[in-house]
Design a protein around this ligand. Structure first.
Ligand SMILES: Nc1ncnc2c1ncn2[C@@H]1O[C@H](COP(=O)(O)OP(=O)(O)O)[C@@H](O)[C@H]1O
Ligand SMILES: [Mg+2]
Length: 480
């Protein structure tokens, strides 16, 4: 036990040399180390530089008396735990009570009974040791508890992090599985559409030539036989030959336009659904953007509640880029679909704004600037219409592409929707973060987009936005 190595010193404080001698002798014989002091002050001094295990303290002394000495001992944190036993006259009850009230643990009466002194000293030393051990154990227990709490907290944090990671990868797995199934389905449909569209379109060319030939022969007949049989005349009138001859080419033309559109869609679908291609290849980024836009076309058109969304394609001169085309198209899709969502949700808000604002030119300056393409690129802008001077800003998505620093392809996709708050901006790319109602948003679009851009292409995907000032996503892909 720790106690055995500690001091076993008993300090006796008494101004009476006889008392000191008697007590010292008894205690020494009993195996204690004894220290003595003849007044209160020297007792306090000694106690501080060599603390005893126990103090036997006389009450009546010259200088400060026993009570004052005890009070000072109990006041000092270094000495307050040392048990004090008063030595009093047998009859003085008041002194005994005062001693206890000052923190003494016991008293012995003069003249001393040797065995009683030893017995009391023994008991109090044992008590003192027990309480010391208890204190040490308490401290240890407290430490252990704190340690344990810390470890439990750490484990809990680790577990909840792995749970979160597990959930994330599960959701991403499901999502990419869905995308690949969808990709195969889309590719299959595109293939199936392609064949019939192909023969309709090639047959239309023959149909046009045959019609022209027939028409030529008809005109010759009419020229050489201007007065045919009445039955033929009747029939010619019934079918309204002139109108028929004028309308048929138009019909053929519109059928041609239709098949052309169908084959474009089929091409776009095939282009878009190349998610099964697991190798990098050189692709035309603009073709990917265009096919994604074609697939989203129905969402860009005028609806019951919302105006048509204008798309400004501000394409620069891009070389072919080494990338995973299907995956990159998914990035375009996720960002463009978000922009459309934002513009649809923002339309109500903007109308509210314009109503409150009575000025005839209600476009915020920022939006006007935002909606005007920079002059140097204006020449490349397709579909460009004047978009300023509208009372209600036209919901617009602008796609700009360019090469910077000779080896980075940059694709900027911006919208003049409601923008996002700083706090939403901080969390946008986190998996399962969404501000959309359940069933509408999964919160995965941007986290998947970032993974595709940054992990698969060693690129960067960032977002610039402020509330009321639209949103811009910037995709940077190294050209290699
Ligand atoms: N163009 C944008 N304008 C405003 N907010 C946007 C835009 N794009 C993304 N956000 C915000 O980012 C969130 C996360 O987007 P995303 O990861 O695609 O998940 P989801 O579209 O399913 O909500 C959206 O819920 C929306 O709050
Ligand atoms: Mg989304």
């Amino acid at each position: 036990m720790a106690q055995s190595t500690e001091s076993r010193i008993i300090l006796i404080v008494d101004d009476n040399p006889t008392n000191l001698e008697v007590l010292s002798e008894s205690l020494s014989i009993a195996g204690f180390d004894v220290a003595v002091a003849v007044d209160g002050e020297s007792a306090l001094e000694q106690t501080e530089y060599n603390p005893p295990e126990l103090i036997l303290l006389d009450v009546m002394m010259p200088g400060i008396d026993g009570f004052e000495t005890c009070r000072r001992l109990k006041e000092n944190p270094l000495t307050q735990d040392i048990p004090v036993i008063f030595m009093t006259a047998l009859t003085d009850t008041m002194q005994k009570i005062k001693g206890f009230s000052l923190g003494a643990v016991d008293y012995i009466t003069k003249p001393f009974q040797k065995d009683e002194v030893l017995a009391r000293v023994g008991v109090h030393l044992k008590l003192r040791n027990l309480s010391k051990t208890l204190e040490e154990k308490n401290v240890l227990l407290l430490q252990l508890t704190q340690d344990l709490e810390q470890r439990v907290a750490q484990r809990t944090a680790e577990l909840s992090q792995s749970l979160e990671e597990l959930q994330r990868s599960q959701v991403q797995l499901v999502q990419s599985e869905k995308m690949s199934t969808l990709g195969q389905l889309v590719a299959g449909i595109a293939h199936e559409i392609n064949n019939p569209v192909g023969f309709i379109s090639s047959n239309l060319t023959y149909a046009e030539t045959y019609f022209q030939d027939l028409n030529k022969i008809l005109q010759l007949y009419l020229q050489y036989y201007p007065h045919p049989d009445p039955e033929i005349c009747e029939e010619l009138e019934a079918v309204e030959l002139d109108f028929l001859l004028e309308d048929l080419p138009k019909i053929l033309q519109s059928m041609k336009v239709g098949t052309e559109r169908l084959s474009n869609i089929s091409l776009a679908l095939r282009n878009f659904s190349r998610s099964d291609i697991s190798e990098k290849m050189s692709v035309d980024i603009h073709a990917g953007l265009d096919s994604t836009l074609l697939i989203l076309k129905h969402r860009l058109q005028t609806k019951k509640k919302s105006a048509a969304i204008e798309v400004i394609r501000d394409y620069g001169d891009l070389p072919l880029v080494e990338c995973y085309p299907g995956r990159l198209n998914q990035v375009f899709m996720n960002i463009l679909a978000n922009a459309i969502d934002a513009l649809e949700s923002g339309i109500g808000d903007r109308k509210g704004e314009t109503k409150q604002n009575s000025s005839p030119l209600t476009l915020p300056v920022k939006q006007q600037q935002f909606r005007t393409p920079p002059e140097d690129q204006a020449s490349q802008t397709k579909n460009q219409q004047p978009i300023i001077n509208h009372q209600i800003p036209i919901p617009t998505i602008r796609i700009q592409t360019k090469v910077i620093e000779t080896n980075w392809v940059v694709i900027q996709i911006s919208d003049n929707g409601p923008g996002v708050t700083e706090s939403v901006k901080q969390q946008l790319f986190e998996p399962m973060f969404t501000t959309k109602p359940p069933g509408k948003g999964t919160g995965l679009g941007l986290s998947i987009a970032r993974q595709i851009v940054e992990e698969y292409h060693q690129g960067r995907l960032s977002c610039h936005s402020a509330l009321g000032e639209g949103t811009e996503f910037v995709i940077k892909i190294p050209m290699k």
